[in-house]
Design a protein around this ligand. Structure first.
Ligand code: WTA
Length: 655
């Protein structure tokens, strides 16, 4: 159930009465300017999606639009297509010289890549992969920064029917190892390093450490980015530039079944083991192309679109790579940090490329807010016409700041709710027709049946909070958890039956049917827009030789949304001090990645437990939030709470 504090937070939100109408000019030119699209899709969702799928290029039409044997679903059965053909060949025929990506490296180097150039590079790398023995159905992992070779490698896999698994470049060696092993990847594509805030992320070093324990890996392909020296394992390691050198610039596209896998992307669940979310070909592409076109109102001849996410997360997969390319969009791709070399970097990029659409996360917006509006004010941002938000609930203050100081008060803001599992945007405004309320993701996308259920599975009334669910299949739905179908059923389709998808988020609907997202209701945290499991961090801490037990919770944070607080008990002979706390934080960074480093660590002699020995996370959450703890007499060890409280009062965020 949605946590009490969230409900209080939402009461404040519901007092948010501002309503922003789509600007007239925007409405006039919008792709969707007639609200009848909702009724039409609702009347016959399959026909709606079939119409959208029909805009793609199929080498064989489908026989059946959808087959649903809850919780299993298939879309466009019998249809055949290739994703890379839809992202490349179609556009090379129509407008080969249109820019696909304006790429900007953190040090300031730039590349402009047209659709023809992208097509040729993809074909070369596809041929190179084939030469390494990669065939249809094989898995290929990628562990790279934000360089053009990442989309190239993804599309090359799509071209030859291999399944890619992109691992975010900020993950540590062990996290990479586990993901490679779960997917049994044959090849990993990495880099000599990646630029981040003026320093180099040691990608190759991490990849080497990981691959040592990955028996399935035959080759490591290394993109030269930073030029630094790297260790080399001859026979196994191949430079990317050597691999593509001399390859043909054409490569026949593998004809794929609509239901053939396209990729696996790992995401945190409520256990320590990440889930391999599996997406397939026809439905996924239909979902991302449709939502990208309609939510961002894409006019491919004139728009310059910038999704500032990392390709290592689903937002990058769907809205930097597949959606935009399927729609023939010109995109911006930026490698580095927003404050390198200074806090104006993003705004100088918007100005330089005359970006018309910007899509980012609330955590970034709140960071910019903290820095101050003088930074965007120093640049001409008048090219912007639409703004988007994703990844966490956006508070009305951040929404208004974005609207005013980035959008100049003229750009609609689309707050888009979705997940790795949904593949594409599910709840969102359509910018030409939706009246916006700052802080609300507004309505389900046409054809999507979102609802809010109470404990018993009944839709809640207006103004009440509950579980966010999706009651009908959609094309870009994940098809399973790779190698673990039971977990797919258990995790998502058991709470309210096999025909109801449980999102894991709390939500509330207002009198107008608008959705207000309340955050996760399970043991998943959302830290700076990244999904992290409390158990994963607890396991990393317990793995340290000094640690006996740990419990991880989050507390609200004005910038990153949720900050990580770890309560740790040490083994009896160990004395805890500042140095150990630093060491524990680094230990988590080494096991999972810097994004998972606890913001605060509280050392305590004991953790509050029920009489049956379960750690009372709720109480710890109350401590972390500084809330009244109420009655604690049912605890086995009630006195510990007072002690923890005094300890955590001393220790504030040390970052
Ligand atoms: C959260 C990212 C509120 C939510 C696309 C979800 C949001 C999780 C929003 C998925 C939003 C995403 N408003 N919360 N507009 N968008 N979330 O899989 O908790 O990395 O369950 O996908 O992010 O995170 P994931």
């Amino acid at each position: 159930m949605a946590k009490q504090e969230d409900l209080q937070h939402i009461d404040a939100l519901l007092e948010e009465l501002r309503v922003i109408e789509p600007p007239d000019e925007f409405r006039r030119n919008a792709i969707v300017n007639d609200p009848e699209i909702y009724a039409r899709a609702e009347d016959d969702p399959e026909a709606f999606w079939a119409e959208q799928a029909g805009k793609l290029r199929w080498s064989r039409p489908w026989d059946t639009v959808m087959e649903w044997k809850p919780p299993w679903v298939k879309w466009f059965l019998g249809g055949r297509l290739n994703v890379s053909v839809n992202c490349l060949d179609v556009h090379v025929e129509a407008h080969p010289d249109r820019v696909a990506y304006y790429w900007e490296g953190e040090p300031g180097d730039r590349r402009t890549i047209t659709y023809r150039e992208l097509y040729e590079e993809v074909c070369r790398f596809a041929n190179a992969l084939k030469g390494m023995g990669v065939a249809k159905g094989d898995r290929v992992a990628m562990y790279l920064g934000m360089v053009p070779e990442l989309p190239v490698a993804m599309l090359a896999c799509a071209r030859i029917g291999a399944t890619h698994s992109v691992v975010f470049g900020g993950f540590a060696a062990e996290a990479l190892r586990d993901r490679i092993n779960d997917a049994e990847a044959k090849v990993v594509v990495t880099g000599d390093g990646a630029w981040r805030r003026g320093s180099i992320v040691a990608l190759k070093e991490n990849a080497d450490a990981a691959v040592e324990q990955c028996p399935s890996i035959e080759h490591v392909v290394v993109v030269r980015r930073t030029g630094q020296e790297v260790a080399w394992s001859s026979g196994r390691d191949v430079w990317y530039h050597d691999a593509v050198d001399g390859q043909e610039a054409t490569c026949p596209a593998e004809e794929m079944d609509a239901e053939d896998p396209l990729y696996i992307l790992y995401t945190s669940g409520t256990t320590g083991k990440p889930k391999g979310i599996l997406h397939t070909t026809g439905g996924y592409l239909t979902g991302v192309a449709t939502t990208h076109r309609l939510v961002f109102d894409i006019h491919p001849e004139t728009d310059v679109y910038w999704c500032a996410a990392d390709v290592g997360w689903v937002t990058g997969h769907s809205y930097i790579v597949y959606g935009p390319l399927a729609n023939g969009t010109t995109s911006i791709m930026y490698e580095g940090a927003p404050d390198f070399p200074d806090k104006e970097r993003w705004w100088s990029i918007v100005e330089r490329y005359k970006a018309t659409i910007l899509y980012t996360a609330p955590t970034a917006i709140r960071t910019f807010m903290k820095w101050g509006h003088e930074y965007p004010a120093r640049h001409d941002l008048s090219s912007l016409r639409l703004l988007g938000s994703v990844g966490e609930p956006i508070n009305p203050e951040a929404w208004m700041w974005y609207f005013e100081y980035v959008g100049g008060g003229r750009c609609p803001v689309v707050d888009t709710w979705w997940q790795t599992e949904t593949g594409a945007i599910m709840i969102t405004p359509l910018p030409g027709i939706t009246r916006l309320k700052p802080g609300s993701a507004t309505r389900p996308f046409p054809g999507i049946a979102a609802d809010v259920f109470d404990e018993e599975g009944w839709p809640v009334g207006a103004g009440k909070g509950g579980y966010l669910v999706l009651r009908r299949p959609w094309p870009s739905q994940f098809r399973t958890i790779y190698g673990d179908p039971d977990r797919y059923v258990q995790n998502y389709f058991s709470r309210f039956g096999a025909d109801v998808y449980l999102a894991g988020d709390g939500a509330r609907r207002d009198e107008d049917g608008y959705f207000w997202l309340l955050g996760r209701i399970d043991d998943v945290m959302n830290v700076a827009g990244h999904r992290l499991s409390t158990y994963e961090i607890e396991s990393a801490l317990v793995d340290h030789p000094a640690v006996a037990e740990s419990a991880v919770v989050s507390r609200p944070d004005p910038v990153v949304g949720e900050a990580i607080v770890a309560f740790v008990t040490l083994k009896s002979e160990i004395h805890g001090d500042e140095a150990l706390i630093v060491e524990l934080r680094e230990h988590v960074a080494t096991k999972i990645g810097k994004i998972a480093r606890p913001h605060s660590i509280v050392l305590t002699d004991d953790l509050p437990k029920t009489r049956s020995g379960k750690i009372m996370r709720r109480l710890l959450r109350d401590v972390a939030h500084g809330r009244d703890l109420g009655d604690v007499t049912t605890l086995a060890n009630a006195e510990v709470v007072t002690t923890i409280r005094s300890l955590s009062a001393e220790r504030k965020d040390d970052e």
